[in-house]
Write a protein that binds this ligand. Structure first.
Ligand SMILES: Cc1cc2nc3c(=O)[nH]c(=O)nc-3n(C[C@H](O)[C@H](O)[C@H](O)COP(=O)(O)OP(=O)(O)OC[C@H]3O[C@@H](n4cnc5c(N)ncnc54)[C@H](O)[C@@H]3O)c2cc1C
Length: 362
């Protein structure tokens, strides 16, 4: 166990945050030893515990995390089953996500190519059901293996038990353990089912146009992954060069009435239909349908509120994508929190929409 440990290299915002305690876990044995360690038990019951992987979706709200950071870093990729159609692969939590995607793409397996180059580790991918360019990890995850840091019990979650939805899953609420939690699952491995033959998803963002512009008429999985990487590199700050967590806010989900109200004022407002599962039945046999909702890209709202490219001292709004807040170096987490508040108020004043952070604020 390390004390007063710097997390500067372990949060992609690049803030110089220190953790009171820090422990890297490289094996299942390490995890079991930690759970049984009286020092950890004492800390666990008295202060906060955070599971940290790549730190690419975390904003520490101050420069000292007065708690215990657990850093799971188990490596290994294993093929479990294979038939004519599919391959089932287990990947341990500490593998770097983008390397895992490159590995599956190099094997010609379909499913993860649109998720190329997302920062972070494999263990965190199910937590917010990572998604990009029309794909979500939920479509390939078959099982999530967890160990409870409170009891040491293991549990395997099926895809249904993960309750995946837009940037959400059953695991999202467990990021920081406090005394109120009865369980605290650490994801140590994820099983994926990938296809040997499949259809490529080309209709989201600029993928198809990019392929045409590069004279690729019959794209392979490798072409799609390379295209996604190229488009991302044009739009997003480079990790390690400019601090960010990618999309800082979630996209806005609004009622059809609200959408019509905005459309009447701004005819170019982009929108996507939202599929919302029906509400649970209320005792009678009739099903209760959910109200129709519309997704409006929050980047557009922030841009229209005049924030794109805005800079305040060490922080700002990325000039190529307004959904991304950036730290240029030398700043403090509070500067991002202040900017977040100003943007939220400004978007609310202009459109009457409350935008919510996607990042986990700790
Ligand atoms: C430039 C940039 C671009 C991005 N683009 C995208 C994108 O296109 N799509 C997208 O969805 N996300 C994107 N992100 C966000 C981020 O990369 C993902 O959310 C990623 O999955 C986070 O992984 P991580 O290992 O860094 O997790 P962390 O930030 O360390 O943790 C994220 C959450 O998961 C929990 N957690 C982490 N590991 C475990 C574990 N083993 N067991 C249980 N809980 C755990 C943490 O407690 C925390 O609540 C982007 C980020 C950046 C910086």
């Amino acid at each position: 166990m390390e004390k007063n440990f710097s997390l500067r290299e372990l949060n992609t915002f690049g803030f110089d945050v220190k953790a009171r305690y820090f422990q890297e876990l490289k094996t299942m044995e390490d995890i079991r030893e930690l759970i049984a360690n009286p020092e950890f038990i004492e800390c666990r019951d008295a202060i906060r515990v955070l599971i940290l992987s790549g730190g690419s979706n975390i904003l520490f709200s101050s420069e000292f995390f007065d708690g215990f950071v657990v850093y799971p870093n188990l490596k290994g990729i294993e093929t479990l089953e294979e038939n004519a159609e599919t391959v089932k692969i287990r990947c341990n939590c500490g593998e770097v996500w983008k390397n895992f995607v490159d590995y599956t793409v190099s094997k010609g397996l379909y499913g993860l190519e649109n998720l190329a180059d997302i920062p972070g580790k494999v263990g965190a991918a199910p937590v917010q059901n990572i998604g990009a360019y029309g794909a979500e990890v939920k479509d390939t995850v078959c099982q999530v293996h967890t160990i409870d840091l409170a009891t040491g019990k293991t549990k395997v979650f099926s895809n249904e038990e993960c309750h995946f939805s837009y940037r959400n899953s059953v695991f999202k609420k467990f990021g920081v353990w406090s005394l109120k939690c009865e369980v605290f699952p650490l994801i140590f491995a994820v099983d994926f089912i990938l296809k040997k033959h499949g259809e490529l998803k080309l209709d989201y963002g600029n993928i198809r146009n990019y392929l045409i512009a590069n004279n690729i008429t019959n794209p392979t999985i490798q072409d799609v992954a390379s295209t996604v990487k190229a488009i991302r590199a044009e739009k997003l700050p480079e990790v390690g060069v400019v601090g960010s967590v990618g999309s800082f806010f979630q996209n806005a989900i609004v009622s059809v009435d609200k959408y019509q109200e905005i459309k009447a004022l701004y005819s170019d407002v982009p929108s996507y239909p939202v599929e919302i599962p029906p509400l649970p039945s209320v005792g009678r046999n009739d099903s209760v349908s959910s109200p129709a909702m519309v997704k409006i890209p929050t980047g557009w709202l922030i841009d229209r509120a005049g924030w794109k490219g805005h800079r305040e001292n060490h922080v700002g709004v990325w000039d190529k994508q307004a959904l991304v807040l950036v730290h240029y170096g030398g700043g403090k987490p509070q500067e991002i929190l202040d900017l977040m508040k100003k943007i939220q108020e400004s978007v609310n004043d202009k459109f009457g929409i409350e935008i919510k952070p996607e990042v986990n604020i700790i």
